[in-house]
Design a protein around this ligand. Structure first.
Ligand code: CA
Ligand code: CA
Length: 387
């Protein structure tokens, strides 16, 4: 009897010890080994892996509802000119003998690429001419083909429904290329060549090599691994519901260039630095150089329009009215972005713009400063909040 009690006690202690481990195991659903990049699209295009392969939104892409209905937690691609561009990096160049790419996708039947169900998830290239190095890898399928690189485009037969979320995975283990839909294996093909890296960007939602195709529909949770995933790991990712909890409480209205055009700001990073709430719909903004006048040249964009082009900043004058000013009109409770593009760094970097903002109601102006450098546009958010 004593032995039995002892056993029971030991078992109890053992269970108690194991319990936190089990909880931990459940929490660490995110499979991180070999993860080169992970895009959750929760309000942004940042890489959630430690590799900092952050993306840039290009052309017709915007945040949309995810598969749980959370706003601004997935990415919508217009199928015409929208994609995400990610600079080449050591981590993105690392796959050679194995690879896995997975994404939640919901394709739409609204463009010229939908007849064959083109699903262009990502492609490590932005060049047309195809060879061993171009693309390094891709995940692209139609209802009759599956592509991993240029060499590997094979016959594939699989139709999916439009306007429905699927978890789609491409896996290459050095022996087979396999496709999984909702974690179920649907196809495999023998292949055993290595993948050759290049220094071209990774593009999500666009496949330039050969003919350019764009993804039409919504995408979420794009994960790229430099190793094949096990079937059990694909299942784990598919079952993961950690995104059910809403992370983005509002939709940031980022007025990035809508078209992929060679405008001055195309390709620049946006650095949001401050939020200013004003009390009337008409505001006057005076602009001057912060500190020493050193020849800073800027352009200013407001609500996606250039309102000032290549203006040389001057010091604050004794009478402010002699400084450059702009008049802006705001709708209530809408988020506006005022973006400063630096054309130089002046003699004393960075390029610093001071804004003195008058709303005609507040007794004092609000002062904001925006730091910009070449390639990184500083921005502030302005909102008219009626009292
Ligand atoms: Ca998401
Ligand atoms: Ca192509």
């Amino acid at each position: 009897m004593k032995t039995f009690q002892y056993l029971l006690k030991t078992a109890f202690v053992f269970i108690l010890l194991l319990f936190p481990l089990a909880v931990l195991a459940q929490k660490s659903l995110n499979i991180t080994q070999g993860l080169m990049a992970h895009y959750q699209f929760n309000g942004d295009v940042e890489d959630e892996s430690p590799n900092q392969n952050h993306g840039k939104m290009m052309g017709g892409v915007s945040l949309c509802d995810d598969r749980f209905g959370n706003p601004c937690s997935a990415m919508s691609f217009n199928g015409e000119d929208g994609f995400i561009s990610v600079k080449s990096s050591q981590s993105l160049n690392s796959p050679s003998e194995g690879l896995s790419i997975s994404a939640w996708i919901k394709i739409s039947d609204n463009n010229k690429h939908s007849d064959l169900q083109w699903v262009s998830i990502c492609c490590k290239s932005n060049q047309q001419k195809e060879d061993d190095y171009n693309p390094h890898y891709r995940f692209q399928s139609t209802k009759v083909t599956m592509s991993l690189n240029t060499d590997f485009t094979e016959e594939f037969k699989h139709e999916i429904d439009f306007d429905r979320w699927y978890f789609y995975t491409l896996n290459y283990d050095g022996l087979f290329v396999k496709a999984y839909l909702n974690a179920r294996p649907i196809w495999e093909f023998n292949y055993s060549k290595r993948l050759y890296s290049n220094d071209l960007p990774l593009e999500i939602g666009r496949d330039v090599p050969g003919v350019t195709e764009y993804f039409a529909g919504n995408m979420d949770d794009v994960r790229i691994y430099n190793r094949p995933l096990k079937a059990s790991e694909i299942e784990t990712l598919y079952r993961d519901e950690s995104e059910k909890v809403q992370e983005v409480s509002y939709c940031p209205e980022i007025n990035l260039p809508k078209k992929e055009e060679k405008t001055a700001d195309n390709g620049d990073r946006l650095d949001l630095q401050e939020t200013v709430n004003v009390r009337s719909r008409q505001i006057t903004v005076y602009l001057y150089d912060h500190g020493k006048e050193d020849g800073d040249i800027i352009s200013v964009k407001f609500d996606n329009e250039w309102v000032l082009e290549k203006h040389t900043l001057e010091n604050k004058k004794n009478r402010l009215k002699r400084n450059k000013s702009i008049q802006l009109t705001l709708k209530p409770n809408k988020e506006y972005y005022l973006i400063s593009k630096a054309w130089n760094l002046g003699k004393v970097p960075p390029n610093t713009l001071t804004l003195e903002i008058y709303d005609g109601i507040s007794p004092k102006p609000q002062i904001a400063t925006i730091n910009s450098s070449i390639g990184t546009n500083g921005a502030i958010k302005i909102m008219y909040v009626p009292q």
